[in-house]
Design a protein around this ligand. Sequence first.
Ligand code: HEC
Length: 190
Amino acid sequence: MQPGKMDSLLKSSDWETLDLTGRSVYICSTDGSTGSCIRDAGVNLRIICIASALAFSSLLLLALPPQERIPSAEAKKLKNPVPCTRKSIAQGRISFARYCTPCHGPDGKAQVDVVADATDLTSPGAFKSGVSDGEIFRSIRDGAGETMPPFKTQIDGDTDLWHLVNYIHSLWPEQMRPPLEKDKSKEKDR
Ligand code: HEC
């Protein structure tokens, strides 16, 4: 390719976004050779700087959510502070209908076309991220696997998340459910 032609190609393209220095940044390939060269060593350095800054910030982005996630060992130790009462299950059912049915289906069995691989919540054996109260809490709060989104911002307050945990238990086969607790008259909904 003619160097002139390359110049005009480069100038008219997105490459100009690389030009943070006021100088032109060209990655030019000379005719016939396979190698490429960068015209200006100073720019070369800058490219490396920009590239590593970008790499670093994307690393940060990747690293941040896990920091906010409840670590797995912690999740196992979490105690459900909300008694598993009919009232709590009813609260959970309301949130479930609102947020969860598109992927898990109205009955929790995930026999929906939308997202093929959502867990069948009626079957504890199918759970991949743990079946203890705390682990289920964490799956809902922080998301699970690749595609289950976190709900900590949408569902306001831990209590509602625990209601969902209690609701999920109520979908399990009877012998695997935790015992139902009696509603106490003073028990708050939220
Ligand atoms: C966008 C689709 C989607 C929505 C909405 C969604 N889920 Fe999920 N959920 C998934 C998928 C997919 C998985 C399986 C993740 C995996 O592969 O581990 C999952 C997994 C889970 C798990 C962990 C099960 C396991 O495998 O250990 C729980 C608990 C859960 N969902 C509960 C809920 C609740 C409660 C809601 C509503 C607040 C909800 N999900 C909303 C897609 C969704």
